[in-house]
Design a binder for this molecule. Structure first.
Ligand code: NAD
Ligand code: UDP
Ligand code: UDP
Length: 316
């Protein structure tokens, strides 16, 4: 089937990553059905697409069954920031687990290829560094992050069981911290928090001693990796890590953001949230081998784009 005849469902399509994915799918000529309950997503993210005849928006919660006819499914519906996923943790688990069951049931009925947006959180607070896909992870199953981590782990289990039990054509990507324009300004994630605080001249809140590490991938690179995985040959299901291996401490990130925004904000220390992973960095050898993918955008360039986005947003 050519891309022009293809109908693709994106759940969570009005969110940060989902809206960029919808843009790219429309650009390459696919028909896109965007499904979202607007918990953390917003119509603003997809305004540009609303008049496009190839784009359709449906308000729907994936924890309820969905009967539509599509060829491919990108399952992204799930709040991704700790502040939002901990707001209603039972709903977070339902979204990951019931949402996966419904989307897998849909994929089974219409024989669609289905991709799951999983996460580096399946590795928990890792003892293996950097994290390869073969590492099983170190996750607390009863802590405040568990609704997200265990929900996503269970979703992966369901994907592989639907593959084994029903022969579904599945793809699983484990996304590491990604940032860029259209992150929610109050979303609580570190890049958006630091930039918004710095631009407003408010204190920049560094949790713990700031020595914990993360590795940040620019959104355009991430979406390219997702599309390559969705287009990869039958039989390669993953899971495959997608992220930028450039690792830095949160203290270093805060200093970078202060420079990029030319801000006079102060850095203030706040308590480290429970179960906050000490370190995180993707091993992307598998993505490089199977998808010929690696990130291209440097953190400095990506931060510039993101700062410019938030400057515009805050001045409106
Ligand atoms: P986001 O919060 O901006 O987007 C999630 C979208 O899902 C929102 O539009 C939200 O309204 C929607 N949603 C939530 N619950 C829903 C439900 N029950 N039914 C329908 N829609 C629902 O987050 P994001 O950063 O765009 O993340 C997208 C996906 O990627 C998530 O599954 C997330 O777990 C995964 N991911 C993101 C990152 C990252 O760094 N951005 C890292 C790892 C994994
Ligand atoms: N489902 C859905 N859309 C469909 C087909 C199924 O939302 O087009 C849901 C359905 O409600 C069911 C779930 O997906 O609860 C799992 O479907 P499956 O066929 O795997 O299981 P069963 O229907 O036998 O429980
Ligand atoms: N963080 C921080 N200040 C903030 C928000 C987050 O220092 O205002 C830290 C947080 O404790 C974690 C890292 O930044 O160590 C990344 O947090 P985020 O919520 O963005 O993602 P995750 O913890 O899920 O990787």
């Amino acid at each position: 089937m050519s891309q022009r005849d293809r109908k693709t469902l994106v759940t969570g399509g009005a969110g940060f990553l989902g809206s960029h994915l919808c843009d790219r799918l429309i650009e390459r000529g696919e028909d896109v059905l965007c499904v979202d309950n607007f918990f953390t997503g917003t119509k603003r993210n997809i305004t540009r697409l609303l008049g496009n005849p190839r784009f359709e928006l449906m308000r729907h919660d994936v924890t309820f069954p969905l009967y539509v006819e599509v060829d491919r499914i990108h399952n992204l519906a799930c709040p991704a920031s700790p502040v939002h996923y901990q707001h209603d943790p039972v709903q977070t688990t339902k979204t990951s687990v019931h949402g996966a069951i419904n989307m897998l049931g849909l994929a089974k009925r219409v024989k669609a290829r289905i991709l799951q947006a999983s996460t580096s959180e399946v590795y928990g607070d890792p003892e293996v560094h950097p994290q390869p896909e073969s590492y099983w992870g170190r996750v607390n199953c009863i802590g405040p992050r568990s609704c997200y981590d265990e929900g996503k782990r269970c979703a992966e289990t369901l994907f592989f069981d639907y593959q084994r039990q029903h022969g579904l054509d599945i793809k699983v990507v484990r996304i590491f911290n990604t940032y860029g324009p259209r992150m929610h300004p109050n979303d609580g994630r570190v890049v958006s928090n630091f930039i918004v605080q710095a631009l407003r001249g408010e204190d920049v809140t560094l949790f713990g001693d700031g020595s914990q590490t993360r590795s940040f991938c620019y959104v355009d690179d991430l979406i390219e990796g997702m599309l390559r995985m969705m287009d990869s040959p039958n039989g390669f299901a993953g899971p495959v890590n997608l992220g930028n291996p450039g690792e830095l401490t949160m203290q270093e990130l805060a200093e970078k953001v202060l420079r990029a925004t030319d801000s006079k904000s102060r850095l203030v220390k706040k308590p480290l949230p429970q179960d906050d992973p000490r370190q995180r960095k993707p091993d992307i050898a598998l993505a490089t081998e199977k998808l010929e993918w690696q990130p291209k955008v440097s953190l400095d360039d990506g931060l510039q784009e993101t700062v410019a986005y938030f400057r515009r947003l805050l001045s409106e």
